[in-house]
Ligand binder design. Sequence first.
Ligand code: CDP
Length: 583
Amino acid sequence: SFEGQAPKTWPKANLTPNARVVLAKRYLKQEDGQVIETAEDMIYRVASVVAQIEEENYGKGKKEIQALIKDFYNMMANLEFMPNSPTLMNAGRDLGQLSACFVLPIEDSMEEIFDAIKNAAIIHKSGGGTGFSFSRLRPKNSMVRSTGGVASGPISFMKVFNSATEAVKQGGTRRGANMGILRVDHPDIIDFIQCKEDNKEITNFNISVGITEEFMLAVREERSYDLIDPHTGSAVGQLSAPEIFNIIVDHAWKNGEPGIVFLDRLNQGNPTPLLGKIEATNPCGEQPLLPNEACNLGSINLKLMVIEKEGKMVINWERLSQVTRLSVRFLDNVIDANQYPLPIIDKMVKGNRKIGLGVMGFADMLILLQTSYSTEEAVEYAEKVMKFIQTEARIESQRLAEERGTFPNYEGSIYDGVMKLRNATLTTIAPTGTISMICAASSGVEPLFAVAYTKTVMDGTALVEVNPLFESFAKEFGFYSQDLMEKIANLGTVLGLAEVPNWVQEVFTTAQEIAPEWHIRIQAAFQKYTDNAVSKTINFANSATREEIAEAYRLADELNCKGLTVYRDGSREEQVLSTGTAT
Ligand code: CDP
């Protein structure tokens, strides 16, 4: 494992006290319960391990490696780029597992089902999340030839996966996350849609219905569609498509589950169709993968990509280009610095060399550009920024391909004869749940959740936390007062406050105030230039109707989104309450 500390003369990381606490709790090396590494040491460890692979694999000289370590260090210490949590936690340490995303195959035999459970446990231990398609399992009550009994079906096995996950705390620090997907034409689809009706069931899974084009067509034409036996591939029954669509909508309305993924669209984006079909994604849905594939992610902090030029705030395209290219090189190196939990995963990952570069701090960027999230301009910024990142990422991946070779499965891929790339995919928009906290940026491409809120600290005192950008706007434009900040913390929003100028109210709009249509249009704008998928929650007011949710699904389909996750404000709490009174 890696020994070494950040050189004392190098700049300190630009972390808030809050971010240092998060790092100390979960990311920094500990010995006998004592933290024995600084945040700077951690960044140095990650930068060194990821740079040094170029010495081992490509014979780069010591001088170049030293310079690369420094470039990687600076980009992370400045908080311009952060890799996914497992890379921060495990690089240069015993576990050495650096990827956040895995998809494991589940075949229809006892041996293979329990192999998948074991492999998932190993992955969870190392901080990775796992996605599965349960679509190949025979429906419940089908025959089991060897025993003469009947099969218990995919949902009962999901419960076994769920219990196994419960028992393995992820990486010792975070609980394992899973994604379970079932095709809409699987005979057990109704049970699947209902399996998380009770919030206390299957808690370690996000679930998504795998929607097909054929199904969406049947919904539009208000007719039935075929249920397919996964073994024989032949139709074994029919269901009314509008009815199933309504059951999905109803459940999503109730508590946000299930989500949906558009399976045929995932496969239109599959860069290596000769290697098989994409049937599942990682836990948060942003990374479609082939069975036994893994992917490491990293995100650029857009909050830091805005500069003042001639008195105007503009996007710093020059730095965005540099950081994008350096990030692609970083993530390509991670593929080789990584220790994979299974030989077959090692082989798959090194064959396709998928990486997932994305962004965080998009909402912060819009605020700095004084643009409201729910506007055409915001949609244009989303497209422009992501198109730029995808283009720059491809330029770097082409450069790496010339130097290091294309990804081994390049022949027969969708890029064969089009452009030589080092990586089968380059871009993914992750939720950035923890790394956005580390970077004090808004998460992923989500809008602000609140302008200010009250946080109760250990000794019970209530602290008012104000969005730092809002605080600086308030001071700059002369409407700051402690009273106002407390008032906003209670409300969570600035909408309708006479003290706050109207244009500031619009710029600081929060997730619940933004109409679902704008949420979806921003998601679609990012998806347009993202090779993989976009992690995004579409927020609805508590009063939203089922028809509004149905409308959102139709819009997401129309705008070429790869999936959709909705959440109606307060719907989970409500459910907990109602079960509470029932018992
Ligand atoms: O910010 P961080 O790098 O910790 O992760 P994220 O962007 O919020 O999540 C990226 C991916 O990490 C998720 O889609 C999951 O695949 C995985 N993950 C997980 O397995 N368990 C968690 N508790 C959080 C994330």
